[in-house]
Design a protein around this ligand. Structure first.
Ligand SMILES: Cc1cc2nc3c(=O)[nH]c(=O)nc-3n(C[C@H](O)[C@H](O)[C@H](O)COP(=O)(O)O)c2cc1C
Length: 196
């Protein structure tokens, strides 16, 4: 028996692909569409209804400024012997053709009964909702943890608390590139053990 709902969801999940910021074309997504994606994020499951996510959306001038700030964070927090001008410039420039960037954070709430890892898991599920919604809308997306994303300096820059976690920078935009085939190193069966 065919189940159209399953087929539609499966198609979106299988065909979502990461598309780097450099492969985006600069075309703007409507803010309302981005908000619709963030509304999907809000339907992720959580233990104890903690809803432990927070999103900082950057676009336009604010996004360009974020790129500059990211480059400076890298420069100011990397030892002189190892820091590279090319990396600074990449961090400044790789957002230039991105429409919106969503800094996605696990924001720790006050319910200490819920373990930290569960809140990271829930907020990660929220991010996947964004990516899948984007894919269904024909929007290219990329989950990046590059540069300073996971470093304490980024948390400080965003004014986050010690228990909060920056999970990634989610780049959203449009692309003219054809979709690349998905690659996986293993089969689903490799990851599954059945106990009968
Ligand atoms: C938590 C997380 C962090 C990631 N960070 C990066 C990153 O910093 N740089 C990068 O090239 N890709 C990053 N990716 C994207 C992966 O490279 C990508 O998902 C993987 O290659 C599979 O490709 P697909 O998403 O098109 O299926 C990240 C993905 C996840 C889930």
């Amino acid at each position: 028996m065919t189940n159209n709902k399953f087929a539609a969801v499966a198609d979106v999940i299988r065909n979502r692909r990461s598309v780097g910021g450099a492969k985006m074309n600069g075309q703007k997504i409507a803010d309302e569409t981005v908000m619709e994606l963030l509304e999907l994020a809000h339907w992720a499951p959580t233990h104890g209804r903690t809803e432990p996510w927070q999103f900082f959306v950057y676009t336009g001038e604010a996004l360009l400024q974020f790129g500059l700030d990211h480059g400076n964070l890298y420069w100011n927090n990397t030892p002189e012997e190892t820091r590279m001008q090319s990396i600074k410039e990449k961090l400044e420039n790789n957002i230039k053709k991105v429409s919106h960037m969503v800094v996605s954070v696990m924001k720790r709430g006050t319910n200490e009964k819920i373990p930290h890892i569960e809140e990271v898991a829930a907020a990660s599920a929220a991010i996947q909702n964004i990516l899948l919604g984007a894919s269904a809308q024909g929007i290219a997306s990329f989950w990046s943890t590059g540069g300073m994303t996971l470093k304490p300096a980024m948390k400080e820059h965003l004014g986050l608390g010690s228990e909060d976690v920056v999970l990634g920078l989610i780049f959203l935009g449009y692309t003219d590139e054809p979709t690349k085939p998905g690659v996986r190193n293993s089969t689903p069966a490799d990851k599954v053990k059945w106990m009968n």
